[in-house]
Design a protein around this ligand. Structure first.
Ligand code: URA
Length: 203
């Protein structure tokens, strides 16, 4: 069995206990938005506000994400937003590799169900998890990488722009590129975009 819809997937995940983040979370933050989106954002992990509300990007970084979306004529309801790990790491530390690995089948299933044309990785951790290798954001941000089933576009995490205002301009430019990539006719490389959760022995 594997999930055919986001609702099925959410039900199957239930109150996940696959890693130790389940012990400190308030709520699992699954994802939110349009389940037929062409553009899907992947952040790192829920923060304090997200953990409290059960929704991704509703804190300060989320406000900036809303502004960036508005700047390219999009609303939250046009896109889908999720994270590499679905539960808040204590004190907002970076997620550990084993936590990313435990949560990876959920992200892959979300991608399989939604089938976005473009996956925008917000920050180094999301970009590295999706590319399967260490990403240097300074070199790779704003570029379009063909992956089986989608194009991956790494951009700086909005939280980085909150810490360093000079980064806002760079992210705005990269969002302009995202808009351009969305408008292009080019289709992503063929291929089952992701390993099915079944094959990963999850369900
Ligand atoms: N930062 C993230 O990476 N994800 C969120 O959901 C919120 C802040």
């Amino acid at each position: 069995m594997f999930a055919l819809t986001l609702n099925d997937l959410r039900e199957e995940i239930g109150e996940c206990e696959l890693c130790s983040l389940c012990k400190s979370r308030t709520r699992l933050v699954f994802g939110d938005g349009n389940d037929e989106a062409s553009l899907l954002f992947v952040g790192e992990a829920p923060g304090r506000a997200e953990d409290a509300q059960g929704l991704p990007f509703v804190g300060p970084a989320g406000k900036l994400l809303d502004t960036l979306l508005d700047g390219i004529g999009l609303k939250r309801s046009d896109v889908y937003i999720t994270n590499v790990v679905k539960c808040r790491p204590p004190g907002n530390r970076d997620p550990y590799p084993e936590e990313i690995e435990a949560c990876n089948p959920f992200l892959r299933s979300q991608l399989s169900i939604i089938k976005p044309k473009i996956v925008c990785a917000l920050g180094r951790i999301a970009a590295s998890a999706l590319l399967g290798k260490n990403v240097q954001m300074t070199r790779m941000h704003g570029q379009k990488f063909p992956m089986p089933g989608f194009f991956l576009v790494p951009v700086y995490h909005p939280a980085a722009a909150l810490r360093n205002p000079a980064t806002v301009k760079v992210i705005e430019e990269d969002f302009g590129l995202l808009r351009m990539y969305l408008n292009e006719d080019e289709e992503p490389p063929p291929g089952e975009s992701q390993t099915e959760p079944e094959q990963m022995g999850l369900f």
